[in-house]
Design a protein around this ligand. Structure first.
Ligand code: FAD
Length: 370
């Protein structure tokens, strides 16, 4: 097998990897991006609510016809019957379509994309990393590990994994129904979140996200507190509001997946970067990870560029960490602490939900409004 050399290899073509590959190629680095799956409508199913802030939709010029539903509001339900609502424009997307859009951006910028190629081995030979997939052997000075929460790349490199209190076990069901039923039961532009420490989920929440003719039903709880995930999920599905919304629907997908809600102990070592979920770069309160994956992919490449330009290769890890800190990482770290307080009891949850109606969660946490 002939070894092919690149400046940068990106492992995983989710949002983090595709943006890293796009920015790398735009900056003149020869770039390979691989994914173990096929990315696209007929390709892998990624369990995700697919909720995006409208600013992100605009920033990447995401075509309106690819949006599964435009959202104008968020309804927050506590199981004791108290409801809160929050206005704000957003979009719900299918990840297959969204991820393919981002991957195409990377390809258009000049990155080489190889699908159905899983990284199965990685080793350091002098100052380059050599990776092996089922189909080829590649080498590069820099590796972007954007291969998700279980990151095979970082596992092979023996980086420490997440603590169990920093992992959320989620279950997603896609429920096919008709548009008019969604509009009648959920509203035509509203996503719904469900909370209740005592009677529903100790540390986490559940959700109903409407797409065009499908409702994405999700549930997530801190993994070390899960006793029986299917039973706990059923408890959520049996809430009268949820039963009514799903009454005429048919299940098409059932998929468990993890969300990391605390950072990895390290995000960089020896020219390897943890980007997006592989680094735990996710909002610990909401589980939102798409924008952070995209930004961390960009910052990793900018750190390489700055290190090479200033001839300070020893500083690349610091550059990466500093950009992350400056833009959002300090807030995510503060949110991780706040999360424990918010989910301590139903009183705290309700206080948070009522503040959330009129404030951003980062404002609640950073201004210590709780
Ligand atoms: C149930 C659920 C709901 C969510 N809802 C939202 C939401 O509404 N909004 C939001 O912003 N975030 C949401 N998130 C979080 C969001 O999905 C992640 O934060 C985001 O996908 C992280 O992107 P990433 O690029 O880091 O990794 P991923 O999107 O996980 O991509 C990793 C890629 O790596 C590939 N890969 C894995 N192993 C290998 C290998 N050995 N070789 C090659 N490729 C490999 C995978 O096939 C995959 O394509 C949700 C997550 C879950 C689980």
């Amino acid at each position: 097998m002939k070894l092919q050399n690149f400046d940068i290899i990106v492992v995983g073509a989710g949002p983090g990897g595709s943006i890293a590959a796009k920015v790398a190629a735009e900056n003149g680095f020869s770039t390979l991006i691989i994914d173990k799956e096929v990315i696209g409508e007929k390709g892998r199913y990624k369990a995700c609510g697919g909720a995006l802030a409208w600013e992100l939709v605009e920033e990447i010029d995401y075509p309106e016809e690819k949006i599964a539903r435009v959202i104008e509001s968020l309804e927050l339900h506590h199981v004791d019957g108290t409801d809160y609502s929050k206005k704000g424009k957003g979009a719900v997307v299918w990840r297959s379509t969204f991820d393919q859009f981002l991957t195409n951006m990377a390809i258009d910028s000049g990155a080489v994309f190889k699908e159905e190629e899983a990284l199965i081995d990685i080793k350091k030979i002098r100052d380059t990393h050599e990776i092996v997939t089922q189909k080829g052997k590649y080498s590069a000075k820099y590796i972007i590990a954007s291969d998700g929460v279980t990151s095979p790349t970082l596992k092979l490199l023996k980086w420490p994994y997440f603590k169990s209190e920093d992992l959320i076990l989620t279950i997603t069901k896609e429920m096919k129904t008709i548009k008019s039923d969604i509009d009648d039961t959920l509203g035509n532009d509203t996503v719904h979140l469900f909370f209740g420490v005592k009677d529903l989920i100790p540390v986490g929440y559940a959700w109903l996200f409407p797409k065009t003719e499908t409702i994405t039903v999700g549930w997530g709880n801190q993994i070390n507190l899960v006793k029986n995930s299917r039973e706990e999920f059923k408890k959520f599905e049996n809430l009268p509001f949820v039963r009514n919304a799903l009454k005429n629907s048919t299940q098409t997908i059932f998929k468990p997946h993890l969300i990391p809600v605390g950072l990895r102990q390290q995000l960089y070592e020896d020219n390897v970067f943890a980007v997006g979920d592989s680094g735990g770069i996710v909002d610990p309160i909401s589980g939102k990870g798409i924008p952070y994956a995209m930004m961390s992919g960009q910052f990793a490449i900018e750190a390489i560029k700055a290190g090479e330009k200033k001839d300070r290769l020893d500083k690349i890890g610091t550059f990466y960490r500093k950009s992350l800190d400056r833009r959002f990482l300090k807030i995510l770290v503060a949110k991780r602490e706040a999360r424990d307080h918010i989910f301590q009891n139903d009183e705290n949850i309700k206080k948070f939900l009522s503040l959330w109606e009129s404030h951003r969660s980062s404002e609640i946490v950073m201004r210590k409004l709780l």
